[in-house]
Structures are given as structure tokens and as C-alpha cells.
Design a protein around this ligand. Structure first.
Ligand SMILES: *[C@@H]1O[C@H](CO)[C@@H](O)[C@H](O)[C@H]1NC(C)=O
Ligand SMILES: *[C@@H]1O[C@H](CO)[C@@H](O)[C@H](O)[C@H]1NC(C)=O
Length: 144
């Protein structure tokens, strides 16, 4: 195991010494625009704000981070399906990364985890490891 993935907390009590390990799992995230011609999204966390990103069909956006020790790392994603004239047609926001997503993407501290979100006209799909094991998660508000 790679020691950079751990912090060691030495806990002393009157009778015992404990080593407590806390993880810093690494996540590589990727958002793929699978079908929306004009997609804008805004991904942010407590410490990070990527601003509005715009992309067209087949565009991708990637970022990586280490989860914090308290497992409070979360990223919010606001997605805007845009009209050609630049006005939003539909919008959705949800937690693109949180503890539930971490549990689904993997929490082995020895390896990087690759997590993918695919955005299409039918909604939002999640896949771990490779972009292909798509699991439907959210729909656009106006979809039946
Ligand atoms: C991002 O774009 C959307 C849709 O046009 C807009 O409503 C929102 O205010 C923009 N957000 C930022 C931070 O620029
Ligand atoms: C997106 O990628 C798919 C699969 O490679 C391709 O069939 C399609 O033509 C691409 N669309 C655009 C707009 O680039």
C-alpha cells in the first residue's frame, strides 16, 4: 500500500495505543455530453468552483480530487439544456459526487476510481470504471 493514501492518527489512552487510518481515496470524474447540442453546466464544491462550462455533443469534462478525511467531499452539478439562442430549455441540479456516489464508484484507497456521468436527452446516467456500464439516475424535469 502507498502511504501517501493514508494519514496515521496516533490515539493514546491510558492503556492502549491505536493506529487509526483515514482514507484519501482518489476519484477521477468525467462528464460526457452524449446527445445535447448545447449543454451548460456548473460544478462546484465547498472549495472548488469550475464556473459554467459549455459543450456540444460528445464533449467531455474531467476533474480529479481526493476525498477528504471526514468524507464530507461533495460536488454539486447544475445542468442546463440550452436552446440554440442561449436560453435554458430545462435545468436540473443534483449531487454529482457525494458519499452515495463514492459508495457506488468504489472506495478502495489503493486504486484510483473512475466515475462517469453521461448526459443525454433522456437524462443522466452513471458508470464506474469505464464509460459503458450506464445506470439511469435522473431525468430532465420535462421528460415523462
Ligand atoms: C450558468 O448558466 C446558466 C444558464 O444560462 C445561468 O442561469 C447561470 O446564471 C450561469 N451561472 C454562472 C455561475 O454563470
Ligand atoms: C458523437 O459520437 C458518436 C459515436 O462516436 C458519433 O456517432 C456521432 O456522430 C458524434 N456526434 C457528434 C455531433 O460529433
Amino acid at each position: 500500500m502507498d502511504s501517501k493514501n493514508f494519514i496515521f492518527l496516533l490515539v493514546l489512552t491510558s492503556n492502549y495505543v491505536y493506529f487509526v487510518t483515514a482514507s484519501f481515496e482518489t476519484y477521477n470524474m468525467e462528464v460526457i455530453d452524449g446527445k445535447i447540442e448545447h449543454l451548460t453546466f456548473h460544478i462546484s464544491s465547498k472549495d472548488t468552483d469550475f464556473g459554467n462550462k459549455t459543450m456540444t455533443t460528445n464533449g467531455t469534462f474531467r476533474w480529479s480530487f481526493r476525498r477528504n478525511i471526514g468524507e464530507t467531499t461533495s460536488f454539486r452539478g447544475e445542468f442546463f439544456w440550452m436552446n440554440a439562442d442561449g436560453t435554458p430549455l430545462q435545468e436540473v441540479d443534483f449531487n454529482i459526487f457525494n458519499n452515495d456516489v463514492a459508495a457506488e464508484c468504489g472506495q478502495d484507497i489503493r486504486v484510483d476510481h473512475n466515475c462517469f456521468w453521461l448526459v443525454t436527452d433522456t437524462g443522466f446516467y452513471f458508470s464506474k470504471d469505464t464509460p459503458g456500464n450506464w445506470v439511469f439516475k435522473y431525468k430532465w424535469p420535462l421528460n415523462a
